[in-house]
Design a binder for this molecule. Structure first.
Ligand code: OXD
Ligand code: MN
Length: 595
């Protein structure tokens, strides 16, 4: 088969050539291929991946351009315990990150990379995070021996020639080194060197560990750059809400992994909201900077969706289902005998027979899940029927509201607005959520996940909070800050709020509040909708149920505030005083409201 890309460098940038040569000398691949991002190249790479059994072709009539990949069963999620921030001092990485000294990390990984690509190809993957031509965008280059990673990067980023065009002769690019290795979890390391704008990843092919533009560059390195350069890199979706009159309001929302960000970003408003539309700008990451008009402007650095498949259906997210009908790579879902894909929660009857995500025969009597709970689709943003026409705009979109949301069975009400910016930062900083399958470890335990950034902040979390607090003085017209919880349960463990499209009712209140159009009730912990403020017409759940979902229970809050202390103490003396004082203020206020 002919080479699918150029073996000759496609740039004369001396810094790039020097670095690629050094890395190739270390890894010793049989060949180095420079990707240009063309359709022809994609076709040839795909052919090669199919020939090598990395991808399996799905039914091309039903799912044109779609392929299936099964990973090693030990390599199905992000590995937070093997993810390191390699700053000169441990204090810079902070108590919530694993730290390794840069020399030690470079040494350890150099030994693993040495000769690791013998008999393999090294793909040079140049890419841009953010819209082409945007002052907010950044160039990265990923070197990888995984054709699967190269193809996924082609979907998730603006990959190819335009990255070298943007870079020109500059040395300012992220150096991302990825090698699959033998996938032994004992030899798996995801190391970030913020000061060097460098990522070294070894021993995993999983998205969050191996597609280096996403969590590694856009969040961990991005957050570090954001602090140094005065902007915010956040684990947030971005959506536009269009009213029937055509008025657009943009919202950014942070939820921990696998809590429905993709669903929220592509939501279809219920019938009651006839004429309202939601437009997706991004489903996972926001880069936000103050614009000349004093507002906060956001771009989505990504160009595709790496979404969780299980639970995605025509009822939960019709737009995602339409998005994955073509040019999509499915990973670790189940396969039907006629080469279609299936996962738990997909529409229609459960097929009687499948091949499960491990490649084993599966029947509807099997006790195991057919698709891995963290199985994924990688789909181009341009497939999304509700993609915002501003998703590629170099200026980004102006943000009027920021939402923090966790998965909490108790305590946190359906929606709450902060009193001001600093209180909003406090709400974000104390965000708690029950763990999901997106990372290895126990599922369903409440952990603090401030701003949904706990696994993704590339420096000391205390300094990150301080950066958020300081940003206020840079934003003359700041967005309003809210907290939501779609996951409140009753005594029997049943969800109280229907979620999905019905979240529009809460979003509408948020938009009205951000525009100063609607009143609210002051509680000790923030502003909440007054009775009748949330439009509940046509919703077939009782008002009592909505009340329960919105309840602020004093005893639960007492425990919550106690629990927050443990996390604040963990951050130590870098924790901004303003936030510890907010907690103390709330404890005092609780005494007033409970007497
Ligand atoms: C993701 C995650 O894949 O947060 O977006 O794990
Ligand atoms: Mn995410």
């Amino acid at each position: 088969m002919s080479a699918p890309a150029s073996t000759k460098p496609t740039t004369d940038n001396p810094a790039v050539l020097k670095w690629v040569n050094e890395m190739a000398a270390m890894c010793q691949p049989d060949q180095v291929l420079w990707l240009d991002g063309s359709e022809e190249e994609k076709r040839r790479l795909t052919e090669r991946a199919v020939a090598d059994n990395v991808l399996l072709e799905l039914d091309q009539k039903k799912l044109p351009g779609c392929y299936y990949h099964r990973s090693n069963p030990s390599d199905v999620a992000r590995v937070e315990h093997l993810t390191f921030i390699c700053t000169p001092t441990k204090d810079e990485a902070g108590p919530t990150n694993n730290w390794m000294a840069p020399d030690e990390a470079y040494g350890k990984l150099r030994a693993l990379y040495q000769g690791s690509m013998k008999g393999r190809t090294m793909y040079v993957v140049p890419y841009v995070m953010g819209p082409i031509g945007s002052p907010m965008s950044k160039v990265g280059i990923e070197l990888t021996d995984s054709i699967y990673v190269a193809l996924n990067m082609g979907i998730m980023t603006r990959m190819g020639k335009q990255a070298f065009d943007m870079l020109g002769q500059s040395n300012d690019f992220n150096r991302g080194m990825h090698c699959t290795g033998d996938l032994n979890p004992d030899r798996r390391f995801i190391c970030h060197f913020p000061q060097d704008n460098t990522i070294w990843s070894f021993g995993s092919g999983y998205g969050g560990n191996a597609l280096l533009g996403k969590k590694c560059l856009a969040l961990r390195i991005g957050s570090y750059l954001g602090r140094t350069e005065g902007w915010l890199a956040e684990h947030m979706l971005i959506l536009g809400v269009e009213s029937p009159e055509g008025e657009m309001t943009y919202v950014a929302a942070a939820f921990p992994s696998a809590c429905g960000k993709t669903n929220f970003a592509m939501m279809i408003p219920p019938k009651r909201f006839h004429g309202w539309k939601i437009w997706t700008v991004g489903d996972d990451i926001a880069w936000m900077r103050v614009g000349p008009d004093g507002r906060l402007w956001a771009v989505n650095p990504e160009n595709g969706y790496f979404g969780v498949a299980p639970g995605t259906s025509m009822s939960s997210n019709p737009n995602a289902m339409k998005t994955v009908q073509k040019d999509t790579i499915f990973t670790n879902v189940a396969l039907t005998p006629d080469r279609d894909v299936w996962w738990e929660g997909k529409d229609g009857p459960t097929p009687a027979q499948l091949t499960d995500w491990k490649g084993q025969p599966w029947t509807d009597h099997s006790h195991e899940k057919a698709a891995h709970p963290n199985s994924r689709f990688t789909a181009p943003a341009k497939n999304n029927p509700v993609l915002s026409k501003f998703a590629d705009d170099p200026q980004g979109v102006p943000i009027s509201a920021i939402i923090f949301g966790g998965r909490r069975a108790t305590t946190v009400p359906l929606v709450l607005q902060s009193f001001n910016w600093a209180h909003g930062v406090y709400l974000g900083a104390t965000l708690g959520s029950e763990t999901t399958a997106a990372a290895t470890g126990k599922v369903g335990v409440v952990r603090r996940d401030p701003m949904a950034m706990l696994p993704f902040c590339g420096y000391n979390m205390g300094d990150y909070f301080a950066h958020w607090l300081r940003m206020q003085s840079k934003i003359p017209l700041p967005p309003k800050i809210f907290m939501v919880n779609w996951f409140r349960q009753d005594k029997n463990g049943k969800f109280l709020w229907p979620g999905f499209g019905e979240n529009m009712r809460v979003l509408k209140w948020i938009v009205d509040r951000a525009r100063g159009k609607r009143g609210a009730l002051e509680t000790f912990t923030g502003w909440v909708p007054r009775p009748g403020d949330l439009d509940l017409s046509g919703l077939d759940i009782s008002h009592e149920q909505v009340e329960q979902a919105s309840a602020i229970n004093i005893e639960e809050w007492r425990r919550e505030l106690d629990d927050q202390k443990e996390f604040f103490d963990k951050i130590g003396d870098r924790m901004p005083k303003a936030l510890t004082l907010y907690r103390e203020l709330l404890i005092e206020r609780l005494k007033d409201v409970s007497t």
